[in-house]
Design a protein around this ligand. Sequence first.
Ligand code: AMP
Length: 213
Amino acid sequence: MILLGPPGAGKGTQAASLVEEYGVVHLSTGDILRDAVANGTELGKQAKAYMDAGDLVPDELVIGVIRERLAREDIREQGVLLDGFPRTIAQAEALGEVMGELELGELVVLNISVADEVLIERLSGRRMCDSCEAIFRLDRDGVDVGDECPKCGAGKIYQRSDDQPEAIAERLRTYHEKTAPLIGYYSQRGLLIDVDGSGTPDEVHRLVMGRLS
Ligand code: AMP
């Protein structure tokens, strides 16, 4: 399953519920890249500047990561939820090829739609745990930078460097230019399920489950 949607649509939050519901492997290219940056790996060094600017990391790098990860046995056994991939038509085409080579079954594409004004408000108030990657909202959860994570107790809360105003604006521009065309791409192939993501996480989860079932 692919989770498609602009930054701040709630992909990460819905992914956590879907993974619990279906027992599939959660594959977030954003989480993989942030880990790589934090650990100072070669991939992280190459990706950091793009991420901080709110740009997409080059297709070859991200496709390489996904190709390697999809080949592992747990994906075949459990299925996979792709969160934040593909983000360009070239990535979607590469994914189709990799799925064919690995003989992975069918795709379902879930698109979460949210208006830009709502996204800007959500992204600027977003906070995350540096250990379990749980997502919080300053206004809703009262959790701020430096606090202990209320979910896992082990991590500290931080604000993503790309959740700053200039990077948010750039990410939304990038989304409309490069990622939104995927809605048409998958819709033409009859694979798209579209869900309104403007409600609370629980409301959106109910809509998603209704459509998937
Ligand atoms: P996310 O956590 O999905 O919002 O991703 C954070 C950042 O990682 C994005 O703004 C991009 O810089 C980079 N990134 C994540 N997934 C991809 C992808 N599929 N293609 C290119 N860049 C990506």
